[in-house]
Design a protein around this ligand. Structure first.
Ligand code: NDP
Length: 372
């Protein structure tokens, strides 16, 4: 009822502007809907870090209905210029890493999406929070749990929301499997397998520099299996064990993990067996097994299309660019307080960081680490 009233109010206002009744028989159903969508306040976003993933998010946002790219924060003036041209960004919404605290005086930016190297997330996210803007931060949200906790606390203290860029939480086939599990369609869940890896190239890139990455494959790609195990099984792990293999210590220096196999135990009796690596391709697979059925997804976390099937047959949901859906959904979370199917807030990111800390500890100490 409330939704309908808001719709009527909004549609009525638009009609005034257009000098046309939104219920006019001259308008088709889609046009009536478009009037409503146009009237909704967009989430006005600035992207910090105009690198490879930042560029992907910006392109995807061109198709967003609720989120709009309005600003940039970058250390590279030539990129700022190119983005201004491509995305029609006014000079007053452009900042660098020295000036972005001034964003607090800019009423035209609601949120900043931090897409810089992992080791800078804490500093950048807290900087944005202190400027009074909502924070969307890429995964891994930080390089350890203690940093992640500081970020959660800083955003709370500043009264802004903190969301982590977990795009899979909004992906249709993934959500279908999660809903099936919630409905008990797999029965008691006993096993999850997560395989996450690719062969990393350029040895000089920040992903292989401990100061900027905070680790290796685990921080970058293994986190998908950790997060996936949690949303697929629907429980929090109570212990981890882990084993590391390093075949190329020249490329993967101290603190930068090449390959880690890890296992997680869950309170309901399920076990997850996972692989995280920077030295093998063709590893993007989830398998969930319950007493009454299974789900298998491959690819499971790439940019898509995701492919999957369950004991009931193939998952047929159409592919939508992940970051487009993610940013529209995040706009609704920030602006309307919408509750996502699986959380994407700072606490959710912190849970993964606690597990990553435990995995590194399990490797170092060669023993099972309790998480309770
Ligand atoms: P890139 O290296 O392509 O881009 C990072 C950008 O950060 C740079 O282009 C630069 O932008 C800025 N930056 C600021 N300080 C530094 C620094 N000291 N060294 C290097 N770059 C710096 O990385 P990605 O875009 O691939 O990754 C960025 C983040 O996004 C990571 O946390 C990564 O985990 C995450 N990511 C998430 C994905 C997902 O699917 N959710 C996929 C890929 C990455 P500028 O010149 O504008 O300052």
């Amino acid at each position: 009822m409330k939704t309908r009233r808001i719709f009527l109010q909004k549609a009525g206002m638009s009609a005034l502007a257009l000098n046309l009744s939104p219920f006019s028989p001259l308008l088709g159903a889609n046009e009536k809907l478009n009037i409503n969508a146009m009237d909704e306040k967009p989430l006005r976003v600035a992207i910090m870090g105009l690198g490879s993933y930042g560029s992907r998010v910006a392109r995807a946002m061109k198709d967003c209905k609720r989120a709009k790219l309005v600003g940039v924060i970058s250390g590279t003036p030539s990129k700022i210029e190119a983005w201004q041209e491509e995305y029609n960004i006014p000079a007053k919404n452009c900042y660098n890493y020295e000036t972005y605290s001034q964003i607090k005086d800019n009423p035209d930016i609601d949120a900043v999406y931090v897409i810089t190297p992992n080791g800078l997330h804490k500093k950048h996210a807290i900087g944005v929070a202190n400027a009074g803007k909502h924070v969307i931060c890429e995964k891994p949200m930080a390089v350890n749990a203690s940093e992640a906790k500081e970020m959660v606390d800083a955003c709370k203290a500043a009264g802004v929301k903190l969301l982590i860029g977990y795009r899979m939480h909004f992906e249709a086939k993934t959500q279908e499997v999660i809903k099936m599990r919630m409905n008990g369609e797999f029965g008691k869940i006993l096993f999850f397998q997560g395989l996450s890896g690719f062969i990393i190239g350029d040895p000089t890139q920040w992903r292989l520099n401990y100061e900027l990455s905070g680790g290796g494959a685990m921080m970058d790609i293994g986190i998908y299996s950790i997060n996936g195990a949690r949303y697929m099984i629907g429980e929090e792990p109570i212990w981890v064990t882990a084993q590391e293999t390093k075949n190329n210590p020249e490329k993967f220096k101290e603190g930068v993990d090449e390959t880690i196999q890890f296992q997680m135990g869950f309170p309901g009796g399920a076990v997850a067996s996972c692989l995280s690596t920077y030295s093998m391709n063709n590893l993007d697979k989830f398998f969930l097994n319950g007493l009454n059925g299974f789900a298998e997804m491959q690819p499971s976390t790439g940019y898509g299309p995701i492919e999957g099937r369950t004991h009931k047959g193939p998952l047929n949901h159409p592919h939508v660019t992940h970051q487009t859906t993610q940013m529209d959904e995040m706009a609704a979370i920030i602006l309307d307080g919408k509750k996502p199917l699986v959380p994407v807030d700072g606490e959710e990111g912190l849970k993964d960081m606690v597990i990553i800390d435990a995995i590194y500890k399990a490797v170092k100490e060669g023993r099972k680490i309790s998480l309770v």
